[in-house]
Design a protein around this ligand. Structure first.
Ligand code: XBP
Ligand code: MG
Length: 256
């Protein structure tokens, strides 16, 4: 019998659909403020998302459009300023309650909290963005629920590298075979699998066509008592939604 000791959550796309109407919109606002004519469309942002990390994404975009700014001595400073502005706009969007948690997230976090299961965050996004999201959406104080928030530049290599997951495992002294990771993207899955984590994927509009063949389970969303989840791969939850007992069964199957 495998024990579920910890659940490790990705943030963007997993806890909430933050990319299309959150980060993307905030990036465009920051570009406008800086007097740039860059405007990332919903479709274009799908490709840009293959690069994780907002600063890295802007750098990649500059390369794609052969921006003369790439040659500028102030490039690093400029990206940092754009990123800071973007994150401020992002926080404003969250404070206006324009983004909510995905189905089942609030319920699962509450259940894990009540059962004393360790919870951690392993994300590419900046710490302040995690704070903005969870402060404005979760019905608990996230600082009391999560044992560790591992975010952004805390590690040298972002997803798809496994560094951020390794960081969580090392700092919380976890056994990999007692943890389940929740992810939404191919980059996230590569990261969690590179350290050997049992991984449940929740699809979203930007990631539904990614290759998730290495995942232990794939669902459209975690589901709620009145909203069954659709299982595309993996075990069928007894309750028709993903809860702790479902994660325990998934872990047991993964460790068999
Ligand atoms: C998603 C990302 C992030 C966000 C923007 O991270 O790739 O870069 O798009 O956040 P995850 P920053 O799915 O791991 O949560 O601008 O703060 O990097
Ligand atoms: Mg994600």
């Amino acid at each position: 019998m495998s024990t579920l000791s910890a659940v490790i959550f990705d943030v963007d796309g997993t806890l909430a659909d933050t990319e299309r109407d959150g980060h993307r919109v905030a990036f465009n606002m920051a570009f406008k403020k800086a007097g740039l004519d860059w405007d990332w469309s919903v479709e274009q942002y799908q490709d840009l998302l293959s690069v994780t990390g907002g600063k890295e994404r802007m750098q990649e975009y500059m390369q794609q459009i052969h921006s003369p700014l790439l040659q500028s001595d102030q490039r690093v400073q400029m990206i940092q300023q754009l990123h800071a502005d973007k994150n401020q706009y992002y926080a404003d969007i969250l404070a206006q309650s324009r983004i909510s948690l995905r189905p089942g997230i609030n319920r699962l976090i509450n259940e894990c909290h009540n059962k004393g299961i360790t919870m951690a965050i392993a994300t590419t996004t900046t710490m302040s963005n995690v704070d903005a999201l969870l402060n404005n959406t979760l019905d608990l104080d996230y600082k009391e629920c999560f044992d560790l928030i591992a975010a952004g530049d805390i590690v040298a290599a972002k997803k798809p590298a496994g560094d951020i997951y390794q960081y969580v495992i090392d700092h919380l002294n976890l056994n990999v075979d007692e943890c389940v990771a929740l992810e939404d993207s191919a980059n996230g899955l590569m990261a969690s699998k590179s350290v050997g984590l049992c991984t449940l994927i929740t699809l979203n509009g930007y990631t539904r066509d990614h290759d998730f063949s290495a995942a232990d389970m794939v669902v459209d969303q975690l589901g709620e008592p009145n909203m069954p989840c659709k299982v595309l791969h993996g075990i069928k939850p007894v309750q028709d939604y993903v809860d702790v007992s479902c994660l325990e069964s998934l872990l047991e199957q993964a460790n068999r």
